[in-house]
Design a protein around this ligand. Structure first.
Ligand code: FAD
Ligand code: NAD
Length: 479
């Protein structure tokens, strides 16, 4: 093994492995160090996203959605089914198969691009040297022309609900529950709570989400958050806002959860399983030596500029380890940007246009500014909305909950944001993200021909509605 590389990447999650591949494509010699091990002890790439995040959660969301649809939604189409049952073991095995197919695929991509995959722990030393400790304990020192830190994040633990891996689990444990809990508690009605809470609710659990804040999805566009809360409540998710968990006890195989409301009253709920998902924190344990020049900020992340450069020349940090939303695609694009900049290109990342999706059903998706942000900025704006209930395609699919909302600058008509709760919201919002990247106005979207009948027509109509020109709904009179 050569001990000199143009680029050394620590971490092979979506930020690290993408950076490694792109750097190799640009002609550099690249090593990517990964400490993750499979249950049977093999080194495994892909990080949180592929192993215990985006991919396994989406596999379970899709399986549980099919089960729920088959049970509850087919009769309206005239389809009758006899006993519908779910084999949790088979569902989990399918999830594992998808995970191993994708994690294995990264190894193949490394091979195809000439990236050296190293399995063990990386630690940044002074002068861009990296100490590599292999899984069998052999230590070597690698010299990097450039080093990219991409060690990701871990679930936040809270002392009042210590994860025991059995009755109280974090997001990773929640992907491995073996039987459908009768009563499932979830601390935190954020992205993970809603996605994984939905999985088990669809499979038959009574799900209660305890959320400390009084506001639901507080960083989202408020109109869309309100609509989303209505839809999830109608689905049977018991979402309690202003409910801060203050303690838990295990009694007779059950979890007793104490929470305090914003008004100050104390309550206890009893569950047979509890998921703790109260956010994630940067994973920096053992990542750098004291004399490496790297220091953490007050949030525990590695400070970087817009180009993901740390304060140490030639050392970069990307993904969940640094500021910004903890999203796989944000990390991947940072990885590409850094690799290209190391190669001398002038790559940039447009942080203002990073889509955000909650993969429930219906999906909740957004890009750009919320109405509240635009209002606060003082820019005059117009809003166009369109309900899925007025979409022929949504009606044909019996999937009419939700709406599209587009916000545009009142002077230039440039699209500033799009927020959707509804079927295929993730894919619909991406259309607007592309439009925004090209600086489109709502009129540009309105002049674009959309196929009929598609869910995309809701985006078209919302864009037309911005200036009071929607065809398939009554437009608000402008004064
Ligand atoms: P990670 O994916 O965490 O990878 C970091 C890697 O670095 C890990 O493999 C770790 O083992 C390795 N590492 C750490 N320290 C060292 C070291 N010292 N030496 C060697 N290796 C090291 N995001 C989305 O965009 N869409 C989703 O649908 C989505 N769903 C999610 C669902 C769940 C349940 C969870 C938990 C997260 C989800 N996320 C989703 C978030 C997403 O997984 C993260 O934003 C993403 O994985 C971050 O990528 P990363 O490369 O920065 O870090
Ligand atoms: P989150 O920040 O989305 O939600 C955590 C929630 O827990 C917050 O609303 C917070 O107010 C609440 N909370 C904190 N302490 C509490 C307490 N004591 N009692 C009750 N509520 C409490 O975090 P998450 O759901 O853990 O997800 C972590 C991150 O992972 C997300 O921010 C996101 O970046 C990423 N993720 C993304 C996706 C996706 O893109 N679809 C999916 C899953 C995770």
């Amino acid at each position: 093994m050569s001990e000199n590389f143009d680029v050394i990447v620590i971490g092979s999650g979506p930020a690290g492995y993408v950076a490694a591949i792109r750097a190799a494509q640009l002609g550099m010699s690249v090593a990517c160090i990964e400490k993750w091990r499979s249950k049977d002890g093999r080194g495994i790439n892909g990080g949180t996203c592929l192993n215990v995040g985006c991919i396994p959660s989406k596999a379970l969301l899709d399986s549980s959605h099919r089960f729920h649809d088959t049970k509850k939604e087919l009769a309206v189409h005239g389809i009758s089914t006899s006993e519908v049952s779910i084999d949790i073991g088979a569902m989990m095995a399918r999830k594992e198969k998808i995970v191993s197919q994708l994690t294995g695929g990264i190894g193949q991509l490394f091979k195809a691009n000439g990236v050296t995959g190293l399995y063990g722990t990386g630690k940044l030393l002074a002068n861009k040297q990296v100490e590599f400790t292999s899984h069998v304990g052999a230590i070597s020192v690698l010299n990097g022309g450039h080093v990219i830190l991409a060690s990701g994040s871990l679930p936040i633990e809270i002392p009042m609900a210590p994860v025991d891996g059995s009755l109280i689990v974090d997001s990773t444990g929640a992907l491995e529950i073996e039987t459908v809990p009768r009563r499932l508690g979830v601390i935190g009605a954020g992205v993970i709570g809603l996605e994984l809470g939905s999985v088990w609710a669809r499979l038959g659990s009574e799900v209660v989400l305890l959320e400390a804040l009084d506001e639901f999805l507080s960083i989202m566009d408020k109109g869309i958050a309100r609509e989303t809360l209505k839809i999830f409540t109608k689905q049977g998710l018991d979402i309690r806002l202003g409910a801060r968990v203050v303690g838990t006890q295990i009694n007779d195989g059950e979890v007793h959860v104490n929470y305090r409301t914003t008004e100050g009253s104390e309550h206890t709920e009893v569950f047979d399983k509890l998921i703790v998902c109260v956010g994630r924190r940067a994973y920096t344990t053992g990542l750098f030596a004291d004399d490496s020049g790297i220091q953490l900020d007050e949030r525990g992340t590695i400070p970087v500029n817009e180009q993901c450069e740390t304060g140490v020349p030639g050392v970069y940090a990307v993904g969940d380890l640094v500021r910004g939303p903890m999203l796989a695609h944000k990390g991947s694009e940072e990885g590409v940007m850094v690799a290209e900049r190391i190669a001398g290109h002038s790559a940039q990342l447009n942080y203002a246009i990073v889509p955000n999706v909650i993969y429930t059903h219906p999906e909740v998706a957004s890009v750009g500014e919320t109405e509240e942000q635009v209002k606060a900025s003082g820019v005059p704006y117009n809003v166009g909305t369109f309900p899925f209930a007025a979409s022929g395609r949504a009606l044909a699919a019996n999937d009419t909950d939700g709406m599209v909302k587009i916000i545009a600058d009142a002077n230039s008509d440039r699209v500033l944001g799009c927020h959707i709760v509804g079927p295929s919201a993730a894919d619909l919002v991406q259309q607007v993200a592309i439009a925004m990247e090209f600086g489109s106005s709502s009129e540009d979207l309105g002049m674009t021909v959309f196929g009929h009948p598609t869910l995309s027509e809701t985006v078209h109509e919302a864009a037309l509605a911005v200036n009071g020109n929607a065809i398939h709904k009554a437009n608000r009179k402008r004064g």
